[in-house]
Write a protein that binds this ligand. Sequence first.
Ligand code: ZN
Ligand code: ZN
Length: 343
Amino acid sequence: MTNYVSAFFYFTRLQNLEQIKADLERTALDLGIRGLLILGPEGINTTCAAESLEALDSYKTWIKKYFNAEAIVFKDSRSDRPPFRRYKVKIREEIVTTGLPGVMPPEGKNHHLSPEEWNRVLKEESDFVMIDTRNWYEFKIGTFKGALNPDIEKFTDFPEYIEKQGISKEKKMLIFCTGGIRCEKGILELQNQGYRDVYQLEGGILNYLEKFPNDRFEGECFVFDHRVAVDQNLAPSKQYVLCPHCGQPGDTKVVCKRCDHEDRICESCAGIESKQDTCSKNCAHQWELNPGKKGHRQLLPFELEHKVRTGAAALDATIAVTRKKVTRINEQGQAVTVNSCNT
Ligand SMILES: [Zn+2]
Ligand SMILES: [Zn+2]
């Protein structure tokens, strides 16, 4: 079943976050929206999904009105299964983690290039530096041809990376990220360091791919939900899954030596002896405790949810996660992990 997905953010000063959270949750429930929304004193940042286009459109209309956000850019895509299990609002100091809370992008445009303008620079000019502001594992599965990889673990390391490069302040600088939000703060850092000829890709890679699939962006674009990545046509990745050992995108096939389950793990874990031939943290751990001993694969929370929903498991089914924790189904049919001593 097609799920309609939209990613968007909006910087605006907000107060009474608990009230806003309640309003968002009520609206999402009314319209059948799922997703994760980060809410903070500086605005909102979210990816969300609905099973009907009408529901998603109503939600967008509500958002625009509620936050007085006419200028918001929605990046739309699709998924053939729900990319989120539920709707969740998380309150955070920063709506995108940069280590620069309180650094607020100015209202309106700040050196944005539309996908069309971006393409024109890439194709007609040569004297510029283009930097991928995302993390190294996102760069690895896809990026713009010719982009520099700062090779950072987290965005907090970006300012120092730029300083160390010693790039001339006169240079034309282009920066981009997944949906544009990191660059809104990243460009301020570049401007603070004295760069003037700096530009950010409006709406990020997702907005670019909507207009120009199979052009200057190569590979797939990592996204922050169950799809793991989207391809050139913004369809969910068929190549990558989240590595069960470490959570990075992985496409190395393994057959688990403990449970015989086939899965995919990431390149880094494929090079680590304790992880390379196992399908999960649990199997790796069990194999270390009892080398050579076969066992069953541990179900994942969403697999348990699915089993209960389809009647393949009883309502009181649980999964032992660790010695002290279990996952069980609550009254809403959702898998939750709790301390097993609470039974
Ligand atoms: Zn891994
Ligand atoms: Zn296994």
